[in-house]
Design a protein. Structure first.
Length: 364
């Protein structure tokens, strides 16, 4: 009887080991004005980690993620920001730039979980600006020292300032089928952080955090939306170690299975995402090395140019720095909540420009 019970339980145990869940937070740009740029985050250790930060995209027509169309962006901005400002949506303080207030694994919260009131929301979604103090005849007021007298005021953010969303999610990894399901627990809309003197983009700030609810009405706001996130940006000394980072026990088995299972079907990670590629195309890249003679000297052709030898260089598992996703996004304007349907996953490496680049796509 015990033997029979063990045999009945064995498939269940095996199946449960095929799935794991993990908590992660990451930022998704939705505007053509910004992109993710990667940099070395820990030069003082034996190995490099590359973490993304927000950079100005004004010098490039490309972006390493999709952008939300203007209609969808307008729907989100009007709903989330207006409802928060009018007290129709419960939002929590993010305390951006100070002690981190926000969701953490297992339903915890780092810092104080505090609901923002209307005045705090007004401050959070506004930029402090100044102008000259001018009388009715257009003359500038000066103080006793002869300096201009400035009037400071709050200017609410506009839709063009809305550049992305920070998501706090629970991911369920299915190692057998190589899928990842995302459950959005919280999200924080992000606006531009501007240098008040140079007026240059210096990053982002999140005015508040919203608890995501179950969707009652699904309105699709993005189709085949490509997003990506770091998964190796571990901050060992920081409470928010889950920011742009996944636990090793979760990510390494997924990467290994994706790169070593000979039965996987690989696709080119570019629209319309239906071009199948071979295992060699997916897992390697053309590279060149110097042609060396028997005397260990470079070899040159008749024009005096150094001869290069072309070869295939295979990607290593530890070169994977980020994951990309093909997603459909849904939004419920009643609850101001999101859901995502992941239809494809890509593994990404860093190129020489310091930007993430997918090497292949796995379709659901």
């Amino acid at each position: 009887m015990k033997k029979l019970l063990f045999l009945l339980m064995f498939p269940i145990i095996c199946f449960s080991q095929k799935k794991k869940t993990a908590f992660i937070s990451y930022f998704v740009p939705i505007s053509k004005d910004v992109k993710k740029k990667y940099y070395v985050s820990n030069r003082n250790v034996d190995y490099y980690k590359y973490c993304s930060r927000i950079a100005d995209n004004k010098y490039s027509l490309t972006n390493n993620s999709s952008i939300l169309n203007s209609d969808s962006k307008k729907i989100l901005f009007n709903n989330i920001f207006n409802k928060a400002k009018n007290g129709e949506l419960v939002v929590y303080q993010h305390n951006d730039g100070l002690d981190f207030y926000g969701p953490a694994p297992e339903g915890n919260w780092i810092g104080e979980k505090k609901i923002s009131n209307k005045n705090e929301i007004k401050q959070a979604i506004s930029y402090e600006k100044s102008r000259d103090s001018i009388d009715n005849e257009g003359f500038t007021f000066y103080d006793d020292n002869g300096d201009n007298i400035f009037i400071y005021f709050l200017d609410e953010c506009k839709i063009d300032d809305f550049i992305g969303i920070k998501f706090y999610e629970e991911w369920t990894f299915d190692y057998k089928n190589l899928t990842i399901d995302k459950k959005i627990l919280y999200y924080a809309p992000a606006i531009k952080a501007i240098n008040p003197i140079t007026l240059e983009l210096v990053g982002l700030r999140c005015p508040f955090i919203v608890e995501n609810k179950n969707l009652k009405i699904k309105q699709i706001i993005a189709t085949d939306f490509y997003t990506n996130t770091d998964i190796f940006c571990n901050r060992e000394t920081n409470d928010s170690w889950f920011k742009d980072n996944l636990e090793p026990s979760v990510k390494f088995p997924f990467i290994k299975e994706a790169m070593t299972n000979e039965n996987n079907s690989f696709y080119e990670c570019s629209p319309p995402y239906n071009k199948k590629i071979s295992n060699v195309e997916a897992l390697s890249i053309e590279a060149f090395r110097d042609s060396i003679s028997d005397d260990d000297e470079p070899v040159f052709d008749k024009n005096g140019e150094e001869i290069k030898i072309k070869f295939l260089e295979y990607y290593l598992q530890d070169e994977i720095n980020s994951l990309g996703f093909i997603e459909n996004w849904f939004f419920d304007d009643r609850t101001s909540s999101f859901s995502k349907d992941v239809s494809g996953i890509s593994l990404e490496v860093l190129n020489y420009e310091g930007e993430s680049e997918p090497i292949f796509l796995l379709k659901k």
